[in-house]
Each structure stands twice: as C-alpha cells, then as structure tokens.
Design a protein. Structure first.
Length: 146
C-alpha cells in the first residue's frame, strides 16, 4: 500500500489534506479537501473564495489547474506499484463554463495500465455545485516502475 493511501486512511481526509498542503505548499492556495482516495480514483473539493477568483469573479483558470494536478498526482501515487515513481510531464486543459461555486475535482484512472512504466494520461473533470462540468484536463504522468 502506498504511504499516501495509508496516511489518508489513518489520519482522515481533513488532516491528510492539510499534510499534503504542508508538503507541497502551493496546493494550499486553493484550500483543497480530499474526499476520496483509492487506486484509480481521487476526488477533492475546493471552496469558492475571493482569493482564487479572477477579474470576472469566477474561479481562476490556474486554481482549476492546481486542483487537477493535485487529484491526478495523488491518484497516480496510490495506483502505481509499490516503489514506483511519477512526475507530471504535461497538461492539456479545456475551460467549459464559468466556475462561480465550490468545485469538485475527480481524477479517474481506472482505464489506465498502472503496472507498466511510461507516459500515462490521467483524465480529470471539475464540476460546479450544480453538477455541471466546468473544466477538464488530461495530465500526462511519466511513471517509472522499480
């Protein structure tokens, strides 16, 4: 079992989210709350706050990129074989609608072959409170297997 998955189970979502933000401080700018973490799936919520809005009063594009990288990275970490390593290599994003509410980001890697090394494309979807998809990302992870 990955250390991240063990910590998520041992400390719970709130404490684990705080620990992730201490380890990688930039994530704290979006105040994320991880709600689910298991091999092939990670989900986090981001509260709507003035600090992450743009000149239009909507959630800034980079805040959505930030949560996408968070869930994709954690999902990758708990999905690869023990001793494996990964690093984000690239991100392609689509902004589908103005984000004016709290957000829910979901990385689903159930269709990804995590048992082999190489480039893995992790899909991420971000939804508003009404369930409307406002953003998508495909994050390419470079995975090394020990």
């Amino acid at each position: 079992m990955s250390q991240a998955l063990a910590a998520f189970g041992a400390f719970g979502p709130e404490s684990f989210s705080n620990m992730v933000c201490q380890q990688a401080p930039y994530f704290s700018t979006i105040n994320p709350q991880l709600t689910e973490l298991k091999p092939g799936l990670a989900e986090a919520r981001v509260p709507f706050r003035k600090e992450i809005t743009n000149h239009l009063g909507t959630v800034h594009a980079i805040a959505m990129c930030n949560v996408a990288e968070l869930v994709a990275g954690l999902m990758t970490d708990v999905s690869i074989p023990s001793g494996g390593r990964w690093i984000p290599q690239g991100m392609t994003v689509n902004y589908l609608a103005k984000a004016k509410t709290d957000l829910r980001a979901v990385a689903c890697g159930e269709a990804v072959d995590w048992d082999t090394a190489g480039e893995k494309v992790v899909p991420v979807e971000v939804f508003n409170e009404e369930g409307e998809k406002v953003f998508t990302a495909e994050i390419t992870m470079n995975v090394k297997i020990a």
